[in-house]
Design a protein around this ligand. Structure first.
Ligand code: NAP
Ligand code: HSE
Length: 432
């Protein structure tokens, strides 16, 4: 039987999950690949730490002990960060080794460079675990849906923010309160910035949009707003409007222009994504032939993410056996232009406080009318302090129009405060 030797760059949450699955499911994996797959070495920083399922593995702090080991066929990069991970992966290709990575930060900025160097060296590069952990969304886009032209992809692809928003909705709590609890329980990082500011979701969306539209998209091209301004009052109003608030990662291809954005969104409760709660992830994909599809599962964790990495290992082993390694779909043959932010078209939710006086509503209506925006619904709640809290919900309009109306509104002498402005996706705009 053929022997396949793995080197792990990193043995933390994901690396130890990979070793666990290879060990516990050894019989099935061997039977399915006709290969004996084992981890020989793992790179770590701290050689003194206890390592679960690490008895047969040689731990080292020297990356070249793996990268230059002629016995190692596949390098699995699960250390994270841009550098030195990028340098190590490029060196692995130079040595003719196949690479699997879970590193969305690296792929969202240097993915096409890595794919191109892999191809030049006739090596495989697989990265299923980089988006939505255990959900096989990358294989779905690259293989199962590859007969389609994908028109839109909408995902809940950050577990931390989905956990926070779900708890705020179910328990009527404020953001800071739920975030501290999530940190105590280990669901949120000590530094939650990348999650709560939407950056983690933007990196994953860049990878998905690149593959879906065959157009290079990097994380810094994704429009991003996080969830830190969402309050329990917004969640209550959303409920009155028949919506839930979710951090959505949205990629659309309309008329040959690609739109990529991540932001808190009022989502119609009838949409299938509206019931995705807690740390779960889901991705809703619309293709011209297949229609609507949805993929659901755990977006993080040692074994769910390890499941995606080991599936990639098995695919690489099969490619090695069939002599087809180093073949990659050309991911950027279309090169569609990216839509400018001011041309994004959505409905908007605006929650504000104004003085409760005659003609105030008429003035608000005129500011929006001058920008060509009409209202879909309006909610007014009386307050005790001679002011009124108002929620305006617009019909779909361009971001540029909304900014024009908000600029006028900000100079209005009867305005006390704009609490929040959020986008709204309902009905046809989400294609369901
Ligand atoms: P982690 O628990 O922090 O583990 C990282 C591992 O890499 C540790 O073993 C660490 O060594 C080692 N390492 C990091 N930098 C190193 C360096 N410069 N030199 C040598 N060793 C180094 O991270 P993780 O959660 O497993 O995440 C790994 C990757 O998977 C990241 O790219 C992450 O974004 C991605 N990912 C994670 C999840 C998840 O659920 N955790 C889900 C999807 C994708 P020590 O153990 O000695 O510190
Ligand atoms: N911080 C990420 C999340 C982990 O909350 O989804 C998986 O990438």
């Amino acid at each position: 039987m053929k022997k396949i030797v793995i080197g792990l760059l990193g043995y933390g949450t994901v690396g130890s999950g990979v070793a666990t699955i290879l060990r516990t499911n050894r019989f099935d994996i061997t039977s399915r690949t006709h290969a004996d797959i084992s981890v020989k070495k793992a790179l770590v920083r701290n050689l003194l730490k206890e390592r679960p399922y690490g008895e047969d593995i040689l731990f080292t702090d020297d990356p070249y002990a793996l990268l230059h080991d002629p016995e190692i066929d596949i390098i699995v990069e699960v250390m994270g960060g841009i550098e030195p991970a990028r340098t190590y992966i490029l060196e692995a290709f130079k040595q003719g080794k196949n690479v699997i990575t879970a590193n969305k930060d690296l792929l969202a900025s240097h993915g096409l460079e890595l794919l191109s160097v892999a191809e030049q060296n006739k090596c495989d590069l697989y990265f299923e675990a980089s988006v939505a952990g255990g959900i096989p969304i990358i294989a779905a886009i690259r293989q199962s849906l590859t007969a389609n032209r994908i028109s839109s992809l909408i995902g809940i692809i950050n577990g931390t923010t989905n956990y926070i928003l779900s708890a705020m909705t179910e328990q009527g709590r404020e953001f800071e309160d739920v975030l501290s609890e999530a940190q105590e329980l280990g669901f949120a990082e000590a530094d939650p910035t990348a999650d709560v500011e939407g950056l983690d979701a933007a990196r994953k969306l860049a990878i998905l949009a690149t593959l879906s539209f065959n157009t290079p998209v990097t994380a810094d091209q994704v429009f991003v707003e996080g969830i830190t301004k969402v309050s329990k009052a917004d969640i209550k109003y959303a409920d009155e409007l028949g919506c839930v608030i979710k951090l959505l990662a949205i990629a659309k291809n309309e008329d040959g222009e690609v739109e990529v954005r991540v932001h808190p969104t009022l989502l119609d409760k009838k949409h299938p994504l509206a019931t995705v709660n807690g740390v779960f992830n889901a991705v809703f994909v619309v293709g011209d032939a297949v229609g609507e599809t949805m993929f659901y599962g755990k977006g993080a964790g040692s074994l769910p993410t390890g499941s995606a990495v080991v599936a990639d290992i098995i695919q690489v082993v099969r490619n090695m056996e069939s002599g087809s390694r180093g073949y990659h779909n050309n991911t950027s043959y279309q090169n569609f232009p990216l839509k400018a932010v001011q041309d994004f078209t959505t409905g908007y939710y605006i929650r504000l406080k104004v003085q409760d006086q005659p003609r105030v509503f008429a003035s608000l209506a005129s500011f929006f009318a001058e920008a060509g925006i009409s209202f879909n619904s309006i909610i007014q709640k009386p307050r005790k302090d001679k002011s009124a809290e108002i929620v305006l919900v617009t019909h779909p309009c361009k971001e540029g129009q909304l900014r024009q109306a908000l600029a006028t509104l900000n100079n209005y002498n009867k305005l006390d405060k704009i609490y929040n402005v959020m986008r709204l996706e309902t009905g046809n705009s989400l294609s369901f």
